[in-house]
Design a protein around this ligand. Structure first.
Ligand SMILES: Nc1ncnc2[nH]cnc12
Ligand SMILES: [Zn+2]
Length: 337
């Protein structure tokens, strides 16, 4: 049983963490019809493009600082109940701007939600500003400049998500170097919708300490060896990969192959309600369908904390929690997580 294991995640899009129930509440508040993309307690989409459309529409229903504070607090409370001690959330100023909120108000609202969750549930969280690849290099550079300006003490990283099939990665190199020069941690989505060459491009042009997904590196074993040699940490999201058809099922997901090759990996939920998952479910499936034992799962949590974009004192405190061998009280053991 994995439900009492300490857990940590490095890869969750905060807009993608809004539950259908919360989005329906927001829609009622703003007088919007969401029946085209929410059916009961499920988001409706059928491929990456329609997933992004549902995601963008749901995001547009979070419009004020308090909306974002509620979103962050409710999400962090939900994973603390599954045993999470640390979360890094991807935050997208472009989505906030589309909803009419300034980037500063956006991170202030999220920061407030994080502070409330920390006080009530003892969970740590940091924000990684992301640029959206399919909005183009100029938009991604704008997001990087915002991240580099020091908009909130909990903004500690910069990354890029969006449609990986669009644009060349070298076009975004300037955005990443200005974020790096500002002292931010760097991660980039690669090797999810596109193959091994995309992971190689990320190493060649961005040299991040972490890669979002990266699992399609298994198409090229020399590249897997390079990831292991450079200790590039993969933010692996098996449930997302299964939902989007990148892996057929959990049992045949390449996570075990990456671990066997010595690549540092972490477990993550990406956009949990869209992909019918949660951080707890990812740990449970890694045990039940992929055969990882408690020690291996605890190592993945440790890898996440080691690769987290946090100050060294916080890292030390979090590692002590992981290493104490203690279990984390879990309020929802009945879900088998
Ligand atoms: N899985 C994913 N891949 C790329 N961009 C995203 N934005 C939100 N979820 C994403
Ligand atoms: Zn992602």
């Amino acid at each position: 049983m994995t439900h009492e294991l300490p857990k940590a995640e490095l890869h969750c899009h905060i807009e993608g963490a809004a539950s259908p129930g919360l989005v329906v509440e927001q829609a009622a508040h703003y007088g919007t019809d969401v029946s085209a993309f929410i059916d009961g307690d499920r988001f409706v989409w059928h491929d990456f493009t329609s997933f992004l459309a549902a995601y963008d529409t749901a995001s547009s229903l979070f419009r004020t600082e308090e909306d974002y504070a509620r979103l962050a607090e409710s999400y962090l409370a939900s994973i603390a109940a599954q045993g999470a001690i640390y979360s890094e959330i991807f935050v997208s100023p472009d989505h906030a701007a589309d909803a009419g909120l300034s980037p500063l108000a956006y991170v202030a609202g999220l920061g407030e939600g994080i502070a409330r969750a920390r006080a009530k549930h003892a969970i740590e969280c940091r924000m990684i500003v992301i640029g959206v690849r399919h909005l183009g290099a100029e938009a991604v550079e704008r997001a990087a400049r915002f991240a580099a300006s020091g908009p909130h003490p909990l903004v500690t990283g910069f990354g890029m998500a969006g449609d990986e099939r669009i644009g060349r990665l070298d076009a975004f190199a300037d955005a990443f170097s200005l974020a790096r020069q500002a002292g931010l941690g760097i991660t980039v989505h690669a090797g999810e919708l596109a193959g091994a060459e995309s992971v190689r491009d990320a190493l060649d042009h961005i040299a991040p300490s972490r890669i979002g997904h990266g699992v399609r590196a298994v198409e090229d074993f020399a590249l897997v060896e390079r990831l292991a040699e450079t200790t590039t940490v993969l933010e692996v999201c098996p449930g997302s990969n299964v939902a989007l058809g990148i892996a057929a099922d959990f049992a045949s997901h390449p996570l075990a192959e990456l671990v066997a090759a010595g690549v540092p990996v972490t477990l993550n939920s990406d956009d949990p309600p869209y992909f019918d998952t949660s951080l707890g479910h990812e740990y449970a499936m890694a045990a039940q369908a992929m055969g990882f034992d408690d020690a291996a799962l605890r190592r993945m949590t440790r890898t996440a904390i080691e690769a987290a974009f946090v100050d060294e004192q916080t890292r030390g405190e979090l590692l002590a929690k992981v290493d104490s061998q203690s279990t984390i009280p879990c309020s929802r053991p009945e879900e088998g997580i």
